[in-house]
Design a protein around this ligand. Structure first.
Ligand code: CAA
Ligand code: NAD
Length: 291
């Protein structure tokens, strides 16, 4: 079965980007939200991103048919409209209970041969696969932020994932312009198992007063050649999402020091400072730019 029609659930930071790259890859896409304002904001982000890509293509003397890509994307508040999709990618809030309910519903409403995927940053794919009632047709498809620019997708297989489903998920990732890697269903897969403890350790360094937040960011950018320092990156990812990841791991692995939650992070989230998406995190943001 070729993947032609894709459903994306959640049109936030990640969902809007996944919808866009799937449409750029030639798929027909329906993106479902539970909230009209978030759907509008996500579709607006797609419009801005496509405008930017067109501008860049023009500068290089290339063609990029933004209108055709946009024409393949439709937003909805009715998840039932995804019932005939070949692939459904979930990109909703990082809350396992909410994801389990969603996949149980999808297991009943989606067509029998559909493939299910979660873009979770940290939760066990096998648990969502079990909730969906079709563990053999379930993978993790972990894209990176910003989806339009980051070239990797992690394809996460469980003990029950059918090999043909892994192959189709990899082919879909390639059609989206990404390089797929395949990995097992372990906490954080490859990238986040290394990256999230690094971000948390930077916060613990700042909490101890060992260096200031801007100096830590400058150190990692100039000392290691990273495009963003750990605080700028946490603002980019979302402080809420970073906290949800660590909370999930801290609950499951209470003895693992790398997963301990920094006070600084918990406090900022309590104050509603979630990073780029709310305009305030460790830094102040205007749209996608740091002020
Ligand atoms: N669509 C189209 N174009 C975009 C875009 C988008 N969504 N976002 C940015 N651009 C464009 C910009 O407009 C800019 O264009 P110009 O060159 O014409 O000005 C260009 O891309 C470069 O962007 P910026 O000038 O904003 O800045 P930059 O050169 O620093 O690149 C970046 C931005 C690619 C995000 C880079 O800073 C970077 O790689 N940062 C690290 C990102 C990262 O590590 N992501 C992974 C996070 S972890 C994760 O995702 C997993 C998880 O589960 C939490
Ligand atoms: P976000 O908060 O920007 O967006 C989540 C969206 O999901 C919101 O718009 C919300 O209205 C919607 N939503 C919540 N419950 C829903 C439901 N039941 N049905 C439909 N829509 C629903 O979050 P995000 O950063 O896009 O993260 C989404 C997922 O992607 C999470 O699992 C996260 O861990 C993962 N992820 C995030 C990043 C990142 O850098 N932010 C990177 C890779 C993976």
């Amino acid at each position: 079965m070729a993947i032609r029609k894709v459903g994306v659930i959640g049109c936030g930071l990640m969902g809007h980007g996944i919808a866009q790259v799937a449409a750029q890859g030639g798929c027909e896409v329906i993106v479902a939200e539970e909230n009209q304002a978030f759907l509008d904001k996500g579709l607006e982000r797609i419009d801005k991103s496509l405008a930017k890509l067109s501008e860049k293509a023009k500068e290089k003397g290339q063609t990029f048919d933004a209108a055709a890509v946009r024409g393949r994307i439709r937003g909805t508040l009715a998840k039932g409209e995804l019932s005939d999709c070949d692939l459904i990618v979930e990109a909703i809030v990082e809350n396992l209970d909410v994801k389990l309910v969603l996949f149980a519903e999808l297991g009943k409403s989606a067509k029998r041969e559909a493939i299910f995927a979660s873009n979770t940053s940290s939760f066990p794919i096998a648990e969502m696969a079990a909730a969906s009632g079709r563990p053999d047709r379930f993978v993790g498809l972990h894209f990176f932020n910003p989806v339009q620019l980051m070239k990797l997708v992690e394809v996460v297989r469980t003990d029950k994932t059918n090999e043909d489903v892994v192959a189709q998920a990899r082919a879909f990732g390639e059609a989206c312009g990404k390089t797929p890697i395949t990995c097992k269903d372990t906490p954080g897969f490859v990238v986040n198992r290394l990256l999230v403890p690094y971000m948390a350790e930077a916060m613990k360094l700042a909490e101890r007063g060992d260096a200031s937040i801007p100096d830590i960011d400058v150190a990692m950018k100039l000392g290691c050649g990273y495009p963003m320092g750990p605080f700028e990156l946490t603002d980019y990812v979302g402080l809420d999402t970073t906290l949800f990841i660590l909370q999930g791991w801290a609950r499951r692995y209470p003895d693992e020091a790398a997963f301990r939650i920094p006070k600084l992070l918990a406090e900022k989230v309590k104050e509603g400072k979630l990073g780029r998406k709310t305009g305030q995190g460790f830094y102040t943001w205007q749209g996608d730019k740091r002020v």
